[in-house]
Design a protein around this ligand. Structure first.
Ligand SMILES: Nc1ncnc2c1ncn2[C@@H]1O[C@H](COP(=O)(O)OP(=O)(O)OP(=O)(O)O)[C@@H](O)[C@H]1O
Ligand SMILES: O=C(O)C[C@@H](O)[C@H](O)C(=O)CO
Length: 338
């Protein structure tokens, strides 16, 4: 075992559970959203973007979700199919719930934000009935996105998937992925985030996301204490991201590995985390050393924050390799060992 033990001979490398949405990113950017008139439509939602990223890196990906029974729901299913993602466990909502819509505001070369419409969101309608034990044991890993925990019935569906994954030694990855919409209060966030983090092999989040997760059980931790806390509770890899300051992976053998971001011209501040997760997990499944997984993740993240889309611009392995090579030639070694 290098860092985590992936079960061999399973048809799926990873199954994602959580948010699927539609992104509308402005074509006429560098102005407030209130003034933008033209948008480009993309598949969106963090786990959906990660699914596309990993599929483009050649991994076999499945997805557990509900989508709206309309043209946008069809768009998601067709897009996933085109990318080679298994849609056998994606079903349509039956009570008129709609896919969430996300509008990106790109104000300037350094400032961007998102505006989400997620009332009665389709992805939060996933229920325990849709989590089949047989599907969970067909995957090497499952990724649970934190937004799936924001409301029932998706909350219980995520917890059921986690329990079944545990039963079948499917590696559990928790991407905290905090989005304020749909949560009621900070205690609720802390209760459900910590429940999943306690059972996860790999936890990915920003400092703010770890603070939210630990609010009730280990408040006020710094990064090292945070990692030690989750290692004590069973996590094997804890990744703490600090946006353009870079990120650090803490492994449960007591080592830590830091990576700086690759220099790029930022277009939007969203999607970096999704590029990072998909390329990092790809490296881990390939059995690479931690620092190489981080480098790949950081490079994909940089390509994503420099791009217009979060899903459509997910790079191939060759593109990431080429980008790393070019950056190293221009700027020297990116690896910040800490
Ligand atoms: N300005 C930047 N230039 C290059 N890389 C960046 C920049 N900002 C972020 N990144 C990369 O993206 C990674 C993830 O960013 P961040 O810490 O904001 O995660 P996140 O909140 O999960 O992102 P997301 O908005 O996708 O959910 C960073 O660790 C870094 O590698
Ligand atoms: O759904 C979101 O959180 C915002 C989207 O713009 C984007 O697709 C994303 O998920 C980035 O993490």
């Amino acid at each position: 075992m290098k860092y985590v033990q992936f079960a061999e001979n399973r048809p799926f490398d990873i199954i994602m559970l959580g948010r699927v949405a539609i992104d509308f990113n402005p074509v006429d950017y560098y102005k407030p959203l209130s003034e933008s008139t033209t948008f480009k439509k993309y598949l969106g939602g963090s786990p959906a973007n990660i699914a596309v990223g990993m599929a483009r890196l050649g991994r076999k990906v499945g997805f557990l979700a509900k989508v709206s029974k309309d043209q946008f729901g069809d768009f998601v299913i067709n897009y996933f199919k085109k990318e080679g993602i298994d849609t056998s466990h994606i079903s349509y909502c039956t009570n008129g719930e709609k896919l969430g819509l996300t509008f990106t505001e790109i104000l300037s070369e350094t400032e961007s934000s998102i505006l989400m419409y997620r009332n009665e969101a389709a992805d939060l309608q996933l229920s325990v009935d849709e989590i089949e034990e047989d599907y969970m044991k067909q995957a090497k890993a499952i990724l649970i996105s934190g937004t799936a925990l924001a409301q029932s019935p998706s909350r219980e569906a995520a917890l059921k998937a986690m329990s079944l994954a545990k039963k079948h030694n499917t590696v559990i990855i928790f991407d905290i992925d905090y989005r304020p919409y749909n949560w009621k209060n900070a205690d609720e966030i802390a209760i459900y985030y910590s429940m999943v983090a306690m059972n996860s092999d790999i936890i990915l989040g920003s400092r703010e996301e770890f603070d939210l997760t630990q609010k009730l059980i280990a408040p006020g931790n710094n990064d090292k204490d945070t990692a030690a806390f989750w290692h004590k509770h069973g996590a094997k890899i804890v990744i703490i991201k600090h946006g353009k300051e870079g990120s650090t992976a803490y492994t449960n053998d007591g080592n830590q590995y830091g990576i700086k971001p690759f220099p790029v011209k930022l277009l939007k501040s969203f999607g970096g985390g999704d590029g990072y997760a998909s390329a990092f997990l790809y490296g881990l499944l390939e059995g690479w050393d931690m620092i190489d997984c981080l480098e790949f993740g950081s490079a994909s993240a940089a390509l994503l924050v420099a791009s217009h889309a979060c899903s459509e611009d997910m790079p191939s392995a060759a593109k990431i390799q080429e980008f790393i090579k070019e950056c190293k030639e221009k700027y020297g070694d990116m690896i910040a060992r800490v």
